[in-house]
Design a protein around this ligand. Sequence first.
Ligand SMILES: [Mg+2]
Length: 319
Amino acid sequence: MFSRDQLRGVIYGQAVGDALGLGTEFLSKSEVAEYYPQGLHHYTDIVQDGHRSRWVRGDWTDDTDQMLCIFDSLLEQQQLDIQDIAGRIYQWATHGGMGIGMTVLSVLQAPQFLRDPHAAARLVWKNSGRRGAANGAVMRTAILGVWQYDQPEQIMWQAEQVCKITHYDPRCVASCVAVSWLISAFLRGHRDTNALMAEALDKVALYDLSVSEYVDAIIDQPLEALDLDEGLNPGESNRIGYTLTALGAGLWALRHATSFADGITQVIHEGGDADTNAAVAGALLGAKFGFAGIPDEWVSELAYGDELEQRITRLVSLL
Ligand SMILES: [Mg+2]
């Protein structure tokens, strides 16, 4: 039997991390310090510059919007339907969806997307010289660790299928599988974070060998060593939005954070693609520490928390 508190923790954890992380998205770590001399701890702290003022305070961004496209499809179809999810992402993107990444934009524009999203994603990936490995899939995959959480093999397959709707690179697939599988393992009642992480990395070696190498190299370093704002300082080439960076931030928080708030606070103060990094970290920390571990204010001041609550109620009735 799943823990309702952990299930809620995953959904709210993702949304809260995304909403708070918007406050430092695309800032370098030194800009974060200038923007937030007292630190960023409340949605009301979020500086309303040209980028951030597009969202009301307490709103989440594309990461959680796209997770909800997957969530709605699962609730409606009661099974995984790739074309249906692709259609929902398309609808969202073409009806005012904000914050859409370059990979998703390119794939949505491919003529075959609605008919065969995997073919569209493969084409865009090939055209990138098989190098494009953005974080736009790992940011939305948490819900797949909740749905059928008690069937780990099924979760790996489903995470791969949903990832490839837009992101075909094996590093993206490995990132999604790792996050979804870990969330499901916490929901199945496992508690040993380090053992679970080792097992997850073992599993994703199936898709790409570089993932565990990357994680091994950073996981026991100080958070600064992940260089989450790489590309935002003078002279750096742009690495913002790399899937393994988001995965690394999430896994680092999962291993080292003493609480939900500790993990999210540390991740967002590094800048970079902070909403995505904190969305991934938030979902993982929510699975570990549960809904009860998320600060009340971060939940109650979400701009659209009701939208999460309605869906969770339906999900629980199905499970
Ligand atoms: Mg975003």
